[in-house]
Design a protein around this ligand. Structure first.
Ligand SMILES: [Zn+2]
Length: 88
């Protein structure tokens, strides 16, 4: 009778270990798919076309902005006044 309980216990432990292993593999698969989709969402921000004026903090379109190259970096300004008052 005692050996029956032991067998049950061992069976339960084996089942538990098997379920743990399976759950781990399944989790990894779902994780990879999720992060792949996340990257696409991040790009649809429009931040490629807009820059922030470092003087007044205004968001300016790069096409219409006044640009200045300082130390190899490009800065975008809303107006000549902002561009002139900026000291990089
Ligand atoms: Zn400005």
């Amino acid at each position: 009778m005692v050996s029956n309980i032991l067998l049950l216990l061992i069976g339960a432990v084996l089942l538990f270990l098997m379920m743990r292993g399976g759950g781990c593999c399944g989790g990894h698969g779902g994780h990879g798919g999720h992060s792949a989709g996340g990257h696409d969402h991040h790009r649809s921000d429009g931040s490629d076309e807009y820059a922030v004026d470092p003087v007044c903090g205004m968001r300016v379109s790069k096409r219409n902005a006044i640009t200045k190259q300082i130390n190899g970096k490009t800065y975008y300004f809303c107006s000549e006044e902002c561009a002139n008052s900026f000291r990089g």
